[in-house]
Design a protein around this ligand. Structure first.
Ligand code: MG
Length: 386
């Protein structure tokens, strides 16, 4: 049995889990959260993360992060911090690996485009979609739809959600209505995500030549570590400087998060994980100074990387692909492969046009970047006959 090293009273204890939507015999040699993690790793949606992107389109180059490597980085950061804070590593890992399962192809651009398409049909939100993937869309088990994950993993996947949606979601939506927190492992996975993407976007942005180290001097988190590295290694090659700086930035943020959270957890006198849920504020977090530095970094990335004209070209192309696919399938579902057509027809029967749109959105959201491009080509390129 892979027993965790030590669990604090406020950690998620698997034997106290609120359980799964469909009751199951407990696993023999794994904890409930290890089982969740394993189901996630074996899911089709997880494998497809390899060909989905966040900022860059997947075929832009082999050097960039994909959602798969991003999720693995999030899990690494999350697990390390969970262990120091005596939180549940397995649960943190499960949430981290699952947090992006509902993402559309083409990252944020894809999500925005699909949300636009779904405007008249209750919208599209990647967080809710991740939950939909693990609750409904994965079809692998004889006894239940989806992966039948524990409440705690599902709670962690649903990072945010509107009050209207929350009311429809039952127990998992309750905390948004009551203005309460998710469990500590969910809070942690959320910040591990932030640490991972802010730092790897710098790395990828530099590699792509969209930003440079000169510009990054305006970001204090970067500048501080850059100065240390430059002083210690004045002749180091640029690529190695970047890696040294980025890894030190991650370390700074992780250390700050550990120390700030540790102090808040010790001061909190928490009897159990629910005590942390009932608080008005999350307990896992950065110090105010690091929070401000993080904000500065994010603003830099928004202005200089995500709005870069070359990124905008990719994202406008991506939006065109998503819009084209949505319109084509909504206009004539018979363009869909048989299995997807059956889903659309079943949904349409029970929920009308909204049902049709939801099933089309599920199909599109499940695509990888390259599949979406191929599918677009097959539908719209008159010279492509297969
Ligand atoms: Mg993420």
């Amino acid at each position: 049995m892979n027993a965790p090293l030590h669990l604090a009273p406020y950690a998620a204890h698997p034997e106290k889990s609120r359980g799964r939507r469909y009751a199951e015999v407990p696993p023999t040699y794994r904890s409930e959260y290890q089982r969740d993690r394993d189901r996630i790793v074996h899911s089709a949606a997880f494998r497809r993360l390899e060909y989905k992107t966040q900022v860059f389109v997947n075929h832009e180059g082999d050097m960039f992060r994909t959602r798969l490597t991003h999720s693995i980085e999030v899990a690494q950061i999350g697990r390390s911090i969970a262990r120091v804070l005596s939180l549940n590593e397995d649960l943190t890992e499960a949430i981290s690996l699952a947090h992006d399962l509902g993402h559309t192809p083409f990252g944020h651009a894809g999500q925005d485009a699909l949300n636009q398409c779904m405007n008249a049909f209750d919208g599209f939100e990647h967080n809710l979609q991740s939950l939909r993937v693990v609750d409904k869309l994965e079809e692998r088990y004889a006894e239940f739809p989806g992966l039948n994950l524990t409440f705690e993993t599902r709670e962690g996947i649903l990072k945010h959600c509107s009050l209207r949606k929350a009311a429809e979601l039952g127990d998992i939506g309750q905390r948004f209505i009551n203005r309460q927190q998710a469990g500590l492992e969910a809070q942690l996975a959320n910040l591990a995500d932030e640490i991972a993407y802010n730092n790897h976007d710098i790395d990828d942005g530099l590699r792509a030549g969209l930003i440079d180290m000169q510009q990054l001097q305006s970001v204090s988190l970067f500048r501080e570590q850059y100065d240390i590295v430059k002083t210690a290694y004045p002749d180091l090659a640029e690529r190695r400087i970047v890696h040294e700086v980025v890894r030190r930035m991650i370390n700074r943020q992780v250390v700050d998060l550990v120390e700030t959270s540790q102090a808040q957890l010790t001061g909190g006198q928490l009897a159990d994980s629910d005590a942390a849920r009932r608080l008005p504020q999350p307990l896992i977090g950065f110090s105010p100074a690091m929070h401000a530095q993080n904000l500065e970094l994010k603003q830099f990335l928004r202005k200089n990387l995500y709005q870069h004209y070359r990124v905008r070209r990719m994202t406008s192309k991506a939006a065109r692909v998503i819009n084209g696919l949505f319109e084509a399938f909504m206009g004539d579902p018979h363009l869909l492969p048989p299995e997807s057509l059956r889903n659309v027809q079943a949904f349409e029967q029970s929920r009308g046009d909204g049902g049709r749109a939801r099933a089309v959105a599920d199909y599109i959201a499940g695509m990888t970047d390259r599949f979406a491009i191929k599918e677009y080509d097959r539908l719209f390129n008159p010279f492509q006959l297969t």
